[in-house]
Design a binder for this molecule. Sequence first.
Ligand SMILES: [Zn+2]
Ligand SMILES: [Zn+2]
Ligand SMILES: [Zn+2]
Length: 265
Amino acid sequence: MRIRFLGTGTSHGVPVLGCSCPVCSSTDPRDTRYRSSALVTGDGGERILLDAGPEFRLQALAAHLDALDALLVTHAHADHVHGIDDVRPLTRGRPLPVYASGLDASELRHRFSYVFSAGQAGGGKPRLELLDLDGPDGTGSAPRQVSVGSLVVRPVPLSHGGRRVLGYRLDGLAYATDCSSVPDSSKAMLRGLDLLVLGALRLRPHPTHLSVDEALALALELRPARLLLTHICHDLSHERLQSYCDDAGLPFPAGPAYDGLELEV
Ligand SMILES: [Zn+2]
Ligand SMILES: [Zn+2]
Ligand SMILES: [Zn+2]
């Protein structure tokens, strides 16, 4: 399985519009961060998109993406789903399965109502099959696992401030952006990982996101073989965040991901 980071920035992206801070003005390409998203390619060639943010089209062009087999939605905040219309050419002539929690499925149905209602036919809207991972009882604590080709996808409930969102585990990889805490029942699903991808906004605390220290402490508890951070704001350059992680002396490699980073898991 391979993961490619399509975007590693927080909701504003980096550079932030109108900002001339050192990170927003940086010439290091790793300091340009599109909104957070990733592409996982299974050993059977399955292409699974994790979130479709506002830059999805540009991210797909950069990744030479020509088809998709599934979209996993972590939650329906704008920075994670507002590129969903652009999956249109990538659905291989059939509806694209879109997996989301009950709450997020209903928000998507409302926000993108033209997709799920009659009209605007003839290729003018994406063909999506919206699948509620919580099933009929809404926001139960144990959403069901699904398969995409040979890959088993296990949703992992997380807390994003007061909101329940989903991370996803695919074999030895887990992707958990936008969270401020992880329930114990979910921690059990995040052990024994080859790669943990964790959101870490900045050094200062935030009510709905893990700070870098909180993310590193959580990783220390979960003990993945490798940690990569995502959903990073303009407070931190790639270089500074990498040195901060190095100085933490963790017993596994840890550091920020960056847009375009691709690795085998
Ligand atoms: Zn976000
Ligand atoms: Zn800035
Ligand atoms: Zn969010």
